[in-house]
Design a binder for this molecule. Structure first.
Ligand code: SAM
Length: 245
């Protein structure tokens, strides 16, 4: 039976999230109308997360980058400028999309679109980029939607060679890393998502460094590759540790 309290709580959080997003959009519009590199910008301002991304880019010669959940475009800008690779990013909120597209318009390798992440990944599956080795940053989650499972399934059906990084994911054994919990849905944790990872033949890795060493928002993450030579390659990244149940 439907629980009206849970349902109202969910609506409240969804509304609160929209207000927070609109405030962030206005603040960014006035204070930072053009994307500019800085230590506190991109990957939640996290120094170690940026190092993980950069090391993965050295280990895997990626040919393109995909991001779901552009928000104001800070991580898109960071990854796009750092690598110069073709970067495809999607945002479902029209205001945030318009803001990010304007902020990133000088970075010609970035392609912003306004779309739901599942439709976006399905549309990329029909394009040339579906044959490329890709880094995929999954960050399109908020209170009223959790598309992670479907995103993973589309990726695994489409791409042969990829590394996925999911933001806001609980790091086992380190409570200092933040993670998302959704009312009536799920916590982004290995307990909840291991079956999805295993069903799709994915191997999870977590940040090897303690959260006390991290900077910025200290959000947790999980990094996934297929259980093949890519997992062996990811194992060479000194900043990652393979998940041991
Ligand atoms: C945490 S923010 C992304 C932050 C951004 N990646 C960064 O690092 O700066 C999540 C974004 O995902 C968007 N979003 C939520 N659900 C989505 C969906 N199903 N498809 C596309 N975007 C979505 C939200 O509007 C929000 O802007």
């Amino acid at each position: 039976m439907k629980n009206p309290f849970q349902s109202n709580k969910r609506k409240f959080y969804a509304l609160e999230t929209r207000i927070i997003f609109m405030e962030a959009a206005l603040e960014t519009y006035f204070n930072s109308p053009v994307y500019t590199d800085s230590e506190g910008i991109g990957f939640n301002g996290q120094k170690i997360r940026k190092m993980i991304f950069n090391e993965l880019c050295e280990i895997f010669p990626f040919e393109a980058i995909i991001e779901t959940g552009t928000y104001t475009g800070n991580t898109s800008g960071y990854m796009g400028k750092k690598t110069s690779l073709p970067l495809y990013t999607c945002e479902s909120n029209r205001v945030l999309f318009a803001l990010a597209r304007n902020r990133l318009s000088d970075i010609k390798n970035i392609d912003c679109c306004v779309m739901d992440s599942r439709d976006f990944l399905s549309s990329l599956a029909k394009k040339e980029v579906s044959h490329k080795r890709v880094f995929i940053y999954l960050d399109a989650h908020c209170h009223d939607d959790l598309p992670l499972k479907q995103e993973i399934e589309i990726i695994c059906r489409t791409w042969k060679e990829f590394v996925i990084m999911i933001d806001d994911f609980q790091v086992p054994g380190d409570a200092g890393y933040g993670y998302d919990h959704y009312v009536g849905k799920q916590t982004l944790s290995i307990n909840n998502f291991l079956p999805v990872f295993l069903q799709n033949g994915l191997v999870p890795f977590f940040p090897a460094q303690a959260s006390s060493e991290e900077t910025g928002a200290k959000r947790g993450s999980v990094i996934l590759t297929r259980k093949d030579k890519l997992a062996e390659q990811a194992g060479r990244c000194a900043l990652l540790k393979k998940y041991q149940p």
